[in-house]
Design a protein around this ligand. Structure first.
Ligand code: DHB
Length: 338
């Protein structure tokens, strides 16, 4: 399966993929919070060609967010503390969703709430809106007033949010639960949201971090703590995707966390992701999703894949083969020793 020759005749690799019922021609999506509702990226990127635009998490009511400064650079990454600033669901539907729908852009709507009831109202409000390919349920925003509101840190709370969203969303629209890496056992949280009806998982949200300014000798961010993103978190994300795919190989995973190149995206596919979101990279390269998709295509072609889907979770098969070969070699060596 993993040949080194290009696809015969230089044929294109079939890059199509799916997240449950949501089928897309390309596996690279934007990441929630890093492209607003797509308008700012449109001059740089053909939004109809990428997998989908994943919108900034929307809440029920307009919200001004956290105090400034809201961003800080970190080694190989950045911290953000936006605090879910946004226009609220009504304006989002009237302006952003309409803009996306009029252009036929595949759209994943990310929702966030402060209570189970708020998530329910959001799902009810979005239920009859056309043009939504999937819902991403952000239960893992790090920038909320209380850690008790990070539903993804507790299996019961995570499950109750997903259950109401699933119940109030059209059966044709997949519900993806976005999990936090800031937990002891991400597979346990995955189990809880899957039992509650999630059709897929978005892995991972940002890690909670902090930077202290040595000049002022106090936290750099107005909100003190923030979400860490960028290449610094990629190994954490790959590990989370690997662990969850090992436990639930048939569950679709949208992988994200520091993806900057096609090779990074390939790593997520091998770990078990069916598609990837690109977030922090678009801040210095708004063309990144298209570039990463092209790079991934060439990597798959050079390795002889006819279809992207053949690479999903392949790292697990390769590892199992490697372990079996090592075991066989050890057994043969033992036998030779008598
Ligand atoms: C926000 C920040 C995040 O890092 C995140 O993952 C979700 C939301 C925010 O502050 O709006």
């Amino acid at each position: 399966m993993v040949a080194t020759a290009p696809v015969p005749g230089g044929a294109r690799v079939d890059m199509s993929t799916r997240l449950g019922a949501f089928q897309m021609p390309d596996p690279v999506l934007t990441a929630s919070g890093c492209a607003a509702a797509g308008r700012e990226l449109a001059p740089f990127l053909d939004l109809n060609a990428i997998g989908a635009v994943v919108t900034k998490s929307i809440m029920l009511n307009p919200r001004s967010g956290r105090p400034t400064p809201r961003m800080a650079e970190t080694p190989s990454g950045m911290l953000n503390s936006i605090g879910l600033q946004g226009p609220g669901i009504e304006e989002f539907i009237a302006k952003d969703l309409r803009w996306l729908r009029e252009r036929g852009i595949r759209t994943v709507v990310s929702i966030a709430g402060g209570s189970v009831q708020e998530y329910q109202k959001l799902a009810q409000r979005l239920r009859h809106e056309p043009g939504i390919a999937a819902l991403e349920v952000n239960i893992s925003c790090p920038n909320v007033e209380s850690r008790g509101q990070v539903f993804a840190c507790d299996p019961l709370s995570a499950g109750s949010v997903v259950q109401v969203v699933r119940r109030h969303t059209s059966p044709d629209v997949p519900v993806l639960a976005k999990l936090s890496p800031d937990v002891t056992d991400i597979v346990a949280i995955a189990k809880s949201v899957l039992d509650a009806g999630a059709d897929g998982l978005s892995l991972i949200n940002t890690l909670l971090g902090m930077v202290i300014d040595p000049d002022t000798m106090r936290p750099m961010l107005g909100g003190m703590t923030g979400g860490l993103s960028g290449p610094a978190i990629r190994p954490v994300a790959v590990r989370a995707v690997w662990q969850v795919h090992a436990a639930y190989p048939r569950v679709p995973i949208l992988g994200m966390g520091g993806i900057r190149t096609g090779q990074d995206a390939f790593e997520f596919l091998l770990a078990g992701a069916s598609a990837v979101s690109v977030g922090t990279a678009v801040f210095n390269d708004p063309h990144a999703p298209a570039r990463i998709s092209a790079e991934l295509h060439d990597i798959l072609a050079a390795r002889g894949f006819a279809r992207l889907s053949d690479a999903i979770g392949l790292g697990h098969t390769m590892q199992a083969r490697h372990v079996a070969a090592m075991d066989a070699r050890r057994a043969a060596e033992q036998e030779a020793l008598g």
